[in-house]
Design a protein around this ligand. Sequence first.
Ligand SMILES: [Zn+2]
Length: 306
Amino acid sequence: MSDEEAERTFRNVRWAATSGDPVCPRCGGLDAYDCRRPNGASRFRCRACGKDFSVTSGTIFASHKLPLKAYLAAIAIFINEVKGKAALALSRDLGLSYKAAFVLAHKLRESMAAEIKGRMIGGDGEEASIDGAYFGGYVKPSNLRENRRDRRLIENRTGKRQVVVIIRQHGGDSIPSVFRSEAAALGFIRAHVRPGTVVNADEASSWDALHARFEMKRIDHGQAYSLDGACTNWAETYFSRLRRGEIGHHHHISGPYLVRYAQEAAFREDARRVANGEQVGRVAELAMASKPSVDFCGYWQRHKAA
Ligand SMILES: [Zn+2]
């Protein structure tokens, strides 16, 4: 694909209402003329207000450095994976530095997350599953036996362990988030699950408080994984994908970006039966509709720590 074709694709996605004709992001004017940069990069100038803008201005790819076709290729490569794409592999595929690939992948995750924003789960006659899984805070045992400590004790832990909590509608979509503990997720669950939903949960006492709000089906995993119609298998499949992405591709997903990996896994899980090309189009659309990155704007200028 040439860069002109990539530009045309992004224009059609961003300005779908005008069939790809530029719309000024400042005044909404439709009368802009092509005013390319000397290096041939896309730029328009608004006749109404004089503002210069490009097809990526104000989007997640704002101030982009790579040719536009690299971003389309990145989306296609990223989507093609089922459990995640390692930043190092992406950097090799695209001929980028590791760091550039890492930031690019996170911008795609941020775009995917826009799909989840404002989502609600369930409703009358619907069922949902909730569950939590722990990530991070691994303490490596010391080499010599006499230096090893009991890693089950709180004082020997790192305090960096976090729990991803997923709400997943049976046969439907998911919402993930990250907390210090399952009990801290109750407000999040109440805010995102519609009244009237039957909520499936395991035997963990952290969920007991939800009985006051929802009809609950509890399953004791010590006894069975599915019994009398109660199971959290919809949540388990989500964690299966996220965990395999962690072990097989990323190796390290805990820390400040854990929620982004969790959102990526939710997108992949919910779209698992959607055709590949359609998913690429969807992520391109989300990227064009997303504001400049909240995680990485200013990252290269070191305004923000990694
Ligand atoms: Zn304008």
